[in-house]
Design a protein around this ligand. Structure first.
Ligand SMILES: Nc1ncnc2c1ncn2[C@@H]1O[C@H](COP(=O)(O)OP(=O)(O)OP(=O)(O)O)[C@@H](O)[C@H]1O
Ligand SMILES: [Mg+2]
Length: 418
């Protein structure tokens, strides 16, 4: 047996001693499959109620889901679409993450075409954009020159820039009509409106007004930094409902932890919420510490949870004691600081945030600015936003000033005694 085989078996053994089939945590909701999401999805009842109430009406609506990085926008949208798929007859649901440099109509066209597998025209549209149709078109043989695909069907969305169709809104309208022949309602969810380019959101929405006011239902998502309530309601009046997702309270976060752990236990071994063993291998104490440390942000719970469990496996711990937890948190910090793609400038700025506690136009000094070789605070905003994407810093939820603090994933403060 190779070393790798041995390590693999050892990891499996530790997990199975805990009665778990895998480490349950994940960083992004889009990597979870439908049934997994159903198992772990927790809370957000008020928000679901608000959104689902709209879907009991017939008049088509536009919804915006917004909130900070990692707060659970994708999870919420996928959960919503999942319910509709299961329960709302005659509704076609579609989902896409806005690809780089793509307008909303093109994104909507792709999302819809992908769900219309049997529609040849839809599949042809995908093919023309260099995307893989769901059903393969008749294969042309041997006409490709070296390195050039003859049909383009091998290309994955992630790796190519989408070749926009000439009239994306018109193509979308056509396809929508075809879909509405078969379905009463078509829902198009476009996730991450502002992840690629926050500055462009306003323009994207302006350009898409015609489509957004058409016959499809839309669910869009973004971060409050790119999309404020302002754009939404007052200025554009584009949305019928804007749902803000905020950090969860501690008891919901605890419930979420239990759901994650239960999701990797055998079906007949799932434990009730009030069972102290429900958080095993965590103890009640370390579970609450982890929950507190996550501050109600689902991605933070997931990231910390997975690093802590990896550390516990590594040390072959029977249970996650405060000491193991502490080691796990330190491990998480090292991993997060060592993420690929961070430049020396990013680290300068990160260290500055750590040093200051809160970094803003107010707290930064001339000396600080000189040290990082910029003239004004505004120049480091892109770096700060990048650090937000990396879960290293967090933008405080204030409407006016941009204030940044370290996330609890890297803050030096050791776990509070409880
Ligand atoms: N209500 C929830 N119940 C259980 N898990 C959740 C919930 N909300 C989010 N999560 C989990 O937290 C992690 C982050 O959530 P998600 O990817 O939805 O965040 P996001 O707001 O879309 O982030 P980003 O701004 O980066 O797009 C995922 O692993 C997701 O499954
Ligand atoms: Mg998301």
């Amino acid at each position: 047996m190779s070393e790798a085989d041995r390590i693999y078996d050892e990891l499996s053994r530790t997990l199975s001693r805990w009665g778990l089939a895998a480490i349950p945590f994940s960083e992004s909701a889009s990597t979870l499959r439908g049934s997994q999401l159903r198992d772990v999805f927790t809370g957000r009842t008020t928000e679901l109620r608000e959104a689902l109430a709209l879907f009991h009406g017939r008049e088509r609506k536009r919804l915006l889901v917004y909130g900070w990085v990692g707060i659970g926008k994708t999870a919420f949208i996928l959960e919503l679409l999942g319910v509709l798929r299961r329960k709302a007859k005659d509704t076609l649901t579609t989902y896409i993450q806005l690809p780089p440099a793509t307008d909303l109509a093109t994104a909507a066209l792709i999302a819809l075409a992908r769900e219309m597998e049997d529609d040849e025209w839809a599949q042809h549209q995908l093919n023309q954009m260099g995307l893989r149709p769901r059903k393969r078109p008749v294969k042309k043989k041997g006409t490709a020159k070296a390195g050039v695909s003859s049909t383009g069907i091998e290309t994955e969305e992630e790796t190519v820039l989408v070749q926009s169709p000439r009239f994306p809104s018109l193509s979308f309208e056509d396809l929508l009509q075809r879909a509405l022949d078969k379905y009463d309602r078509v829902v198009v969810a476009i996730d991450d409106l502002d992840k690629q380019d926050p500055a462009r959101v306003r323009q994207l929405l302006r350009d898409a007004q015609g489509m957004l006011k058409g016959e499809a239902w839309f669910i869009l998502s973004g971060h409050p930094s790119g999309l404020t309530r302002d754009i939404l309601t007052r200025e554009m009046g584009l949305f019928d409902l804007a749902i803000e997702l905020t950090p969860m309270d501690q008891s919901t976060t605890y419930r979420m932890l239990v759901n994650y752990l239960n999701s990797v236990r055998p079906k007949n071994a799932r434990l009730a919420l009030d069972d102290p063993k429900a958080v095993y291998p965590f103890t009640l104490r370390t579970a609450s510490q982890l929950v507190a440390r996550s501050e109600g942000v689902p991605r933070w719970l997931n990231r910390l949870g997975s690093y802590v469990m990896l550390e516990a496996i590594e040390t072959q711990a029977e249970t996650i004691t405060p000491k193991v937890l502490q080691q796990g948190l330190e491990y998480a910090e090292r991993q997060l600081r060592g993420q690929k793609g961070l430049t020396p400038e990013d680290y300068y700025v990160l260290d500055l945030v750590l040093e200051k506690g809160t970094l803003s136009d107010e707290t930064i000094t001339l000396e600080d600015l000189e040290r990082i070789k910029v003239k004004e605070f505004g120049e480091i905003l892109p770096i700060l936003e990048k650090l937000v994407q990396f879960d290293l810093v967090h933008r405080l939820p204030s409407e006016r000033a941009a204030e940044y603090t370290p996330t609890p994933l890297i803050s030096r403060e050791s776990t509070k005694k409880s």
